[in-house]
Design a protein around this ligand. Structure first.
Ligand SMILES: NC(=O)c1ccc[n+]([C@@H]2O[C@H](COP(=O)([O-])OP(=O)(O)OC[C@H]3O[C@@H](n4cnc5c(N)ncnc54)[C@H](OP(=O)(O)O)[C@@H]3O)[C@@H](O)[C@H]2O)c1
Length: 468
């Protein structure tokens, strides 16, 4: 067992003076593998060699990956060279840099997309990625969010901005507004000054309005062409019949772009509507295009569920069922906690993880997402008792700066128990200057989990007390 973890030389490239070797790594890693053509059920978690670097690449220790429909579509269509490690989107930290790469360095937190038709994919503990498919992880995002957004952000930019050239004041109809791509298209269109109409089932209407949609249509109850007309742009993320019925709602000269199908040449050539050419797939253009919106809080990504790597089949099945709200994420580094029942862990873990990540980023928004607005904290720090509202705690804790000793701070979710709409969790904080045990009670209200009460016991370790 230990032999597997004996340090080996990281880079298989001939090491030159310019090569950066950040760490010693295990010789093999856990990865979801596909040995036969098939969907989610065909995936198996196995040990495989850590990928080697080629010129122009970085090696990333993957913290999170995310699921896109293209992942299981490629698997089922037999378009991956077998055996394959599927997956495109990832976030994590750089642990290796090929010679000549100057834009990234060891330790950078990054997000990106790899093409599993060409290389080992992102459902793995390590991924080698070309630098032009990687960006620095947005500091306003958790690493979960950073893994969730790459493909959908690139696609939204590619079709709405580069393809349809959306302009302020235009009316945009988004089919599939609540899905991974649609959620980004709605926010991007809104941020660029458009009037946004989105289709989704009724359960997603409040979500879409929160993203900025001006109108929502329940496609299960209403035919969109009966209630919409003269839009400037249709962005179709659904395809099939939805695509073929779309030209009639466009104004004369309106633009139709589809991520999920191709409009017939006859309709595109009719002169009544325009079918813009599909813009090139450009990861950096897309991710840099949305960077300011993320930094200013105008564009976010909703995480519908988080699964550990060993539940990769369930993660893909979640997305393949066709009703994902936002994205499904896979936790890879530090497989997350199991609940006693095995149920609802993704839903519960999200606000806890937001709380833990809030400590790391200093981000107020992460704390606010984790705590109910009327949450109470009560406990002892170095023997001093305090009871305070979460708003005061957040004001005291949120600095918007990463702590200098972040690398030495450990936070562990020790336990989660879910009973109906109530959950309890135990978290251990182990910092150089503080140790703490937090017991949380969470409540699910309107489908969202929030920490309602945090009882804590915190103390300063003797070594830190002795420090000058
Ligand atoms: N070409 C590219 O560059 C590119 C890139 C990314 C994605 N894509 C493609 O774009 C499509 C969408 O991807 P995605 O990641 O957004 O998928 P997704 O997240 O799995 O989409 C799920 C969403 O679709 C909605 N939906 C299902 N049927 C609908 C209908 N008839 N009308 C309106 N909404 C409907 C669901 O909403 P309800 O639960 O409310 O029904 C759900 O929120 C896929 O075909 C994908 O392969 C293409």
């Amino acid at each position: 067992m230990r032999g597997r973890f004996l340090p080996i030389l990281l880079l298989l490239l001939p090491l030159t003076a310019t090569a950066q070797v950040c760490a010693t790594l295990p010789g093999d890693m856990r990865a979801a593998r596909l040995h036969v053509v098939g969907g989610p059920d065909a995936l198996r978690v196995e040990r495989v060699p850590v990928p080697s670097l080629r010129p122009g690449e970085i090696l990333v220790k993957v913290h999170y990956a995310s699921i896109n429909p293209v992942d299981w579509k490629l698997q089922e269509a037999g378009r991956l060279p077998l055996p394959a490690t599927p997956g495109g989107d990832f976030s994590g930290e750089i642990v290796g840099v090929a010679p000549g790469v100057t834009t990234f360095a060891c330790g950078d937190r990054v997000a990106g997309i790899v093409d599993p038709r060409e290389r080992s994919g992102s459902y793995a503990e390590y991924v080698a990625a070309p630098v032009d498919a990687v960006v620095r992880a947005p500091s306003a995002f958790t690493l979960q969010e950073a893994a969730a957004y790459p493909t959908v952000a690139v696609a939204a930019w590619r079709y709405l901005v580069a393809g349809a050239d959306v302009q302020a004041g235009e009316r945009v109809l988004v089919h599939g507004g609540a899905g991974g791509v649609g959620s980004i298209v709605v926010q991007l269109a809104k941020a660029r000054g458009a009037y946004v109409i989105a289709t989704a089932s009724a359960r997603n209407h409040a979500y879409l309005r929160a993203l900025g949609a001006d109108e929502v249509i329940d496609y299960r109850a209403v035919r969109f062409e009966d209630v919409v007309r003269d839009v400037d742009i249709v962005v179709d993320a659904v395809g099939g019949d939805t695509l073929t019925r779309s030209p009639q709602v466009l104004r004369m000269g309106g633009r139709l772009v589809s991520l999920a199908g191709r409009m017939s040449d006859e309709v595109c050539r009719s002169g009544r509507i325009v079918c813009p050419a599909t813009a090139p797939w450009d990861v950096q253009a897309g991710l840099n295009g949305v960077a300011d919106l993320i930094a200013t809080g105008k564009l976010g990504v909703h995480i519908d569920g988080i699964y550990p790597l060993h539940q990769i089949t369930q993660a893909q099945q979640h997305n393949r069922a066709g009703s994902t709200r936002g994205k499904v994420v896979v936790a890879i580094a530090g497989d997350p906690v199991q609940s006693a029942s095995g149920e609802d862990v993704p839903a519960v873990r999200l606000p806890l993880q937001a709380y833990l990540d809030g400590h790391a980023t200093g981000g107020r928004r992460h704390f606010e997402r984790a705590f109910a607005s009327d949450a109470i904290l009560v406990g002892y720090k170095d023997g001093r008792y305090r009871q305070w509202p979460a708003s005061d705690y957040i004001a005291a804790s949120a600095s918007e700066r990463r702590p200098a000793d972040e690398h030495a701070r450990r936070r562990t979710i020790r336990q989660i128990t879910v009973t109906g709409d109530v959950a309890t969790a135990v978290i251990e904080l182990d910092y150089p200057d503080m140790k703490a045990l937090d017991h949380m009670t969470l409540l699910r209200h309107d489908g969202e989990w929030r920490i309602a009460v945090k009882a804590y016991h915190a103390w300063t370790p003797p070594a830190a007390q002795a420090a000058p």
